[in-house]
Ligand binder design. Sequence first.
Ligand code: BLA
Length: 508
Amino acid sequence: SSSSATYGLNNCDKEPIHVPGAIQPDGLLLVLDPDEFTIIQLSRNTDVWLGLAPESLLGMALPELLGEGVLVFLLKILTNPFNDYPTLQPVRYRDKAFVMRGHHNESGILVEMEPLPHDDQLLTYRLFSQLSNFFHDLERVGDPDRLLELTARQVREVTGHESVMVYRFDAEWNGQIIIEDRADGEQRFLGQHFPASDIPAQARRLYQINRIRRISNVHYTPVPLLPVENPRTGELDMTYTQLRSVSPIHREYMRNMGTVSSLTMSLMPEGRLWGMIVCHGDKPNYLSQPIRTFCKMVSQVVSENLQLALNREFDHRMSRLGRAIDRFNAPFQATLDLETGLAGLQELLPAFESDAVFLRLDGLCYHFGRDLDLDRLLALREAIRKKGRSGMASSECVPDALRHSMEWVCGYLFVPLSHASDEYLIFLRSERPREISWAGEPDKTIMQTGQVGEARISPRQSFQAWTQKIRGQSLPWERHHRAGASRLRRAINLRMASEMSRLRQHDA
Ligand code: BLA
C-alpha cells in the first residue's frame, strides 16, 4: 500500500484507518448481501483457509457453503438490537473448525472466520478458572494501581506476551506507561511519556468503539478484498472487525520499537477512553478468539472496577479537604465580624495546595498568603474569560500576555461567588518545575527519511529516554480541588445571605 507515503505527522489523524480495504491474514472475511446471504465481497485468501479460489465464491450463498445451520447465526446478526458487538458462532468446514464473528452495516453482513484451537475443552477450563480467580482478586484490591498491576499480570499469563503495559492518557491525549509487567522482570518504559500523535484522534475514536485489537505478526502482508470496492457502498467500513489491516505507519512504529506482536484493550471507566492495556511480544503470537474474548472481558470488568477505585480515591481526598473546609466554616458562620471570619482562609491554603487566596466580596478585597500587588491580581481577573461549567476557570499557567508581570504567580483557580456583581475567589499557586521522561524526543516523533527530493515521513526510530524540564507551570488542579472550591463558595454565599438578613432586621 502507498498510504504510508501519503500520511505524515501533520495529517496523521486523516488516515482513514477504518476503511483499509484489506485484512490481516489470520482468517478470512466474507461480506454478504443482507437479503440473499450471497457473498458480494471477500478477502482474497479463501484458498488458504478453505481451499477455494475467491473468484469461485463470489455470488455463492453462505448456507450453500457452510450448511443451513448458519441461517440462525445470520438472523441473530440481523436482529441484534444494538449491533455494537459481534455475534459469535463455531462452524465446521470439511475437517476444519472455525469461529465466525458477524455484524452488519450498510455494506452488508460482515462475517469473519478464524480457526478454532484444537484443545478447546482444556482451554475453556483454563480460561474459566483464571477468570474465577481474577474475580476473587478484584474483591481484595481497592486502589487503582494495585488493580491495574494485577490485571497486567493476569493478561500476560493468558496471552504469553513478553510485556504488558498500562498506558494512561492525560488531558491533552499524551500518554504515560503507569504499569509495566514483563516476563524478564525488567522495566523498559515504566513512567515514560509518549506524545499524543503516537495514537492519533481517529484511532482513539475507533478504540472507543472496538475495544480490543490485535496484530499477530507485524511483518504480515495485508490481504486485499475482491472486488476492491464494496458493491453497495464503495468503501467497506471495518470498524467492528477484528481482522482489519492496521495502519502501515503504526506497523512501522512497532518495528522501530522491536515489537512483533501486540494485543491492545481499551480501558473505559464511565465510557470514556481513559487508557489502554498494551501487550507486546518479540515474536509472532497468534491468539485465538476465546483468548481474545477472555482479555476483552477482563478489560471490561477492570474498567468498571477502575471507576470504583478512582471514585474511592476522589472520595478520600475530598473528605480530607472537606474536613479542612468545615474547620474554616464553623467559626466563619458564627463570628459577627466578616473580616475575622475570612482570615481563617489562611489555614485552608495547605489543603488547597495553594500559596495565596484572593477574595473580592461586597466591594472589598481580601488577600491571604503570599504577597502580590493588587493591580496584578485585577489584571489576572480581567484576563480570565474562559469559564467552565459552574463559572469556574483554572489553569496551571497564567495567560501568555501576563506571564512576565505576575511575579511568583503561575497557576490559578477562579471561582465566581455571585454573577450579579463581580465577586469572586482566586486560589494562586507558584511554579512547580518538574521533569518528564519521554520515550524518545517528542520533536523527533517524525523522521524525514528517504532520498532528497523524495522525503518520506515515518515514525521516530529511537525510543531512548529523553528528559524534558517543564518550567512555568504549577501543580495541576484536580477534581477534588474544584469540588472543594465549590463547597467553599456555598459556605461564603450562605454567610453573605445571613449577613444580609441580619442587616435587614437591624434596619427594620
Ligand atoms: C496506533 N499507536 C497506536 C496504538 C498504540 C500506539 C498503542 C494502538 C494500536 C492498537 O490498538 O492496536 C502507540 N504503542 C504506542 C505507544 C506505546 C506502544 C505510545 O506500545 C508505548 C509503549 N503513530 C506515530 C505517528 C503516527 C502514528 C507519528 O507514532 C502518524 C503519523 C499513527 N498510531 C498511528 C495510527 C494508529 C496508531 C494511524 C492506528 C493503527 C490502527 O489501528 O490501524
